[in-house]
Design a binder for this molecule. Structure first.
Ligand code: FUB
Length: 435
């Protein structure tokens, strides 16, 4: 649960999840295979708390690794431990909590701005508000030592949008993660009870790390609404080995029917649209292409010239190269290539300047049932043809063709049967893993 994943300067990924009386650490070179690296921080090294070791966040700076975490018994507090290595052992240096308010505080996230200023985002946990309890997100500046507070905390987020009000008279904004892009601060967070199906991720934006933050109108960006998965949230974000792709790492319930505190780690792609909004290609439960750069493969679909026999008015064939796959039918309505099925023009072609080595072709259906496909055919420039059947009822599952290293100048996809007879046909994305 609550996975913090970093790409350290040694070129390896490290994952730190919530523990009971300790934090463990796992390493990976590709975000696929993980190795247990043992205990990163043990409660025997923390004088002021022995239980509820929740939500660690690790940050590398000037050759040191800082682990911010929450722990405590009746009242949760936030502190920081330091190590020379990403695997630890992390040692608590303050011998008391860094945030030691009379109310509970959890889920620290530390963000270093371009000007070197350091900010900690965290949640004030379950405070009384009218006849309910709520968790709100605050930000406070940290000193250059990374372990002292500067100034007063500022409130930056509380549950307000309808998707955040799905857990009765307890409401949460927690699990912050902050990133900055083109001068805009994105405050991502989770809402609703971690124990329930509706735990989801949304975000808000601001021109200042202190806010005011405006919530994205189309939140949540990660939820279990259309999936068999349950309780998707408390995430971190990390880049692929070659830096080209972003991955969101989050937890979901091990047993979706039960919910509760038994959670597992999930990884999916995410990205930014041209208008600056965030999309998440998840939750998925099926095979997905490996992260860009693993074994030298990357998505070369965007480097191809794309043409289609026909495109329905109001849609674009470029939607197949925008990185966004069909998961959320209502939120991505216009992000499909749409074509009339009853037409010999129902095809799309990707052509490269030179023949390219192609490992696999991933064809993602429309998330909209009314235009989703059952079948199609992939025609390749070497003269081969392959019939594909689309997986049913599994958002984000691709029809996969594996040329396994063949050199191809072009590929063409021909639309077959739709799920709804006689309807328009739609695809959300074509991903070509190649070199
Ligand atoms: O895992 C314990 C708590 O549950 C975390 O601190 C919250 O973010 C929620 O995921």
């Amino acid at each position: 649960a609550d996975p913090s994943v970093i790409l350290a300067s040694d070129g390896k990924y490290y994952a730190y999840p919530t523990g009971g009386n300790k934090f463990k650490v796992y390493s990976s070179t590709d975000l696929i295979h993980w190795r247990d690296e043992g205990v990163a921080l043990s409660n025997s090294d923390v004088s002021w708390a022995k239980t509820n070791f929740w939500a660690p966040e690790v940050l590398e700076r000037n050759g040191k690794y800082y682990m911010y975490f929450s722990a405590g018994a009746d009242v949760m507090h936030i502190s920081v431990a330091v190590s020379d290595k990403p695997t630890g052992p992390f040692k608590e240096v303050l011998d008391q909590p860094l945030i030691n308010f009379e109310y509970g505080t959890i889920d620290p996230y530390v963000f270093i701005d371009d000007d070197g200023k350091i900010y900690m985002y965290y949640s004030k946990n379950m405070a009384p508000v009218e006849n309910r309890k709520e968790s709100h997100i605050y930000v406070v500046e940290l000193g250059e030592d990374m372990m002292s507070l500067k100034g007063e905390p500022v409130l930056v987020s509380k549950p307000e949008q309808s998707w955040e009000l799905k857990s009765g008279n307890k409401r949460w904004n927690e699990g912050s993660f902050v990133l900055k892009k083109d001068g805009t601060y994105y405050l991502m967070y989770s809402a609703n009870c971690y124990c329930g199906r509706s735990y989801s991720v949304g975000y808000s934006t601001s021109k200042s790390p202190f806010g005011p933050f405006t919530k994205y109108w189309n939140n949540p960006v990660l939820s279990a609404e259309y999936s068999k998965v349950s309780g998707t949230g408390h995430h971190s974000i990390v880049r692929s080995p070659d830096g080209r792709e972003l991955f969101i790492v989050y937890h979901s319930h091990i047993n979706p029917a039960e919910g509760g505190g038994n959670r597992q780690l999930n990884i999916d792609r995410m990205g930014f649209r041209e208008d600056g909004s965030i999309y998440v290609n998840g939750p998925t439960l099926t095979d997905q292409p490996p992260p860009s750069g693993v074994n030298g493969w990357t998505n070369i679909a965007g480097e191809a010239k794309i043409t289609a026999g026909s495109v329905k008015e109001g849609y674009s064939v470029k939607a197949l190269q925008d990185g966004e796959i069909g998961i959320y039918p209502t939120r991505t309505e216009t992000r499909d290539w749409v074509v009339a099925r009853e037409s010999d023009k129902a095809w799309v072609k990707l052509e490269w300047d030179e023949p390219r080595e192609v490992d696999s072709i991933w064809i993602y259906n429309s998330a909209r049932y009314q235009r989703a496909l059952q079948t199609g055919t992939v025609v390749m420039s070497d003269g081969t043809k392959e019939h594909v059947e689309f997986p049913k009822g599994e958002p984000g599952a691709a029809a996969i063709v594996r040329p396994s290293g063949k050199k191809l100048k072009w590929i063409r996809f021909e639309v077959g049967e739709t799920l709804v007879s006689g309807s328009d046909a739609g695809l959300s994305e074509i991903f070509v893993l190649g070199k």
